[in-house]
Design a protein around this ligand. Structure first.
Ligand SMILES: Nc1ncnc2c1ncn2[C@@H]1O[C@H](COP(=O)(O)OP(=O)(O)OP(=O)(O)O)[C@@H](O)[C@H]1O
Length: 328
């Protein structure tokens, strides 16, 4: 990544990776939303390619939810353009949205009904695949039932039986919201804080489910303020700060090298002497930190000096370091 992309005052450089706009599932150009004097989203150029697991990161109030709502045609932009699955939104939202599974802030459900009954209603109310509500392909009763069972199974809600949704934990409601998003086998999932309310095991299960869907071709746009979640799941990251996109790049590029080398040796004192360092500097887990000495040179010098090298790698920034640098 270039230094330019890290400068919050400037627009990120044209995005790399993911190919031409032809295979993009989300593109925005100059997308802006103002609420009175508040600019919630400011001149956003997003690009999400088919196959991406895109993490949309930003602190509270940075404009993530407003952006997600605009992508789904729920909020109208003040200016700028949006394309979802190659079609303009909101103009063609009716055609596009049946192929998009969405989970936005607190899934709505009828509290007195079970998960299954809620999905049945949603399934019956939703448009057919392909966006034509009159098309005869919503399926037979059996098809509908198996679609609902498959969605429940995918999110681990098969066994909740007839219990009403009001008796569910927040995590279970979140799973139900996901099941609703999965109902129609979407090409794109747009998820706003999908692991809200889930415990660590639930978070891992949802991550595995999303990875599996992504492997089978569903692009995932995941908005989150949880860096660890994004770091474990996403391939590309967009970072929002005060409504502006301050970085958009592959995860690996955002976790770029710091320029330092980390080595694990059998004898730190001997290594310090061999390299002529004034003092040993080590990480919490005992790796020796070397400034300005790349891995090949460091390894060669240590081995020449009779020090066994057990591990050697360039140090990389964590996503947290990068994002905090961009948003503070
Ligand atoms: N309907 C609205 N009316 C007025 N201001 C709004 C409205 N919705 C959002 N905002 C403002 O727009 C800005 C961005 O809000 P948004 O909810 O999109 O951020 P966010 O990144 O999703 O935050 P969080 O992580 O807390 O959900 C905030 O300053 C917010 O107060």
């Amino acid at each position: 990544m270039t230094a330019r992309e890290h400068d919050p005052a400037r627009r990120p450089a044209p995005t790399t990776g993911g190919g031409a706009d032809g295979d993009a599932v989300v593109v925005t150009r100059g997308l802006t939303k103002r609420y009175g004097r508040v600019t919630a989203v400011d001149d956003l150029d997003l690009r999400v390619a088919a196959g991406d697991r895109y993490g949309f990161l930003g602190p509270n109030g940075s404009g993530k939810t407003t952006t997600v709502r605009m992508l789904l045609g729920l909020v109208h932009a003040t200016s700028g353009e949006i394309e979802v699955l190659g079609r303009r939104v909101p103009r063609h939202a009716k055609d596009v949205l049946p192929e998009v599974g969405a989970l936005v802030e607190g899934p709505g459900a009828y509290p007195h009904l079970s998960a299954r009954a809620n999905l049945r209603l949603l399934d019956a109310a939703g448009p057919a695949r392909g966006g034509d509500p009159l098309a005869p392909d919503t399926g037979s009763r059996r098809t509908r039932r198996s679609r609902i069972e498959a969605a429940l199974e995918q999110v681990g809600l098969t066994d909740v039986g007839r219990r009403p949704v009001r008796a569910y934990s927040l995590g279970m409601r979140q799973r139900l919201g996901l099941a609703a998003a999965l109902l129609r086998g979407p090409r794109l999932l747009v998820l706003d804080e999908p692991t809200n309310g889930l415990d660590p095991r639930g978070i891992a299960e949802i991550r595995d489910l999303l990875l599996d869907l992504n492997r089978r071709g569903t692009a995932v746009f995941l908005s989150s303020h949880l860096l660890a979640e994004v770091e474990l799941f996403c391939t590309r990251v967009g970072v929002l700060h005060r409504g502006r996109l301050v970085a958009q790049d592959d995860l690996d590029a955002l976790r770029g090298p710091t320029g330092r080398t980390l080595v694990r040796v059998d004898d730190v004192d001997a290594a310090t002497r061999v390299l002529g360092l004034p003092a040993a500097r080590t990480t919490d887990d005992g790796l020796l930190v070397l400034d300005d000495l790349p891995v090949p040179e460091a390894t060669a010098a240590l081995v020449r000096g009779g020090v066994a090298v057990l591990e050697a790698a360039p140090e990389r920034r964590t996503l947290e370091q990068s994002v905090l640098g961009l948003t503070s």
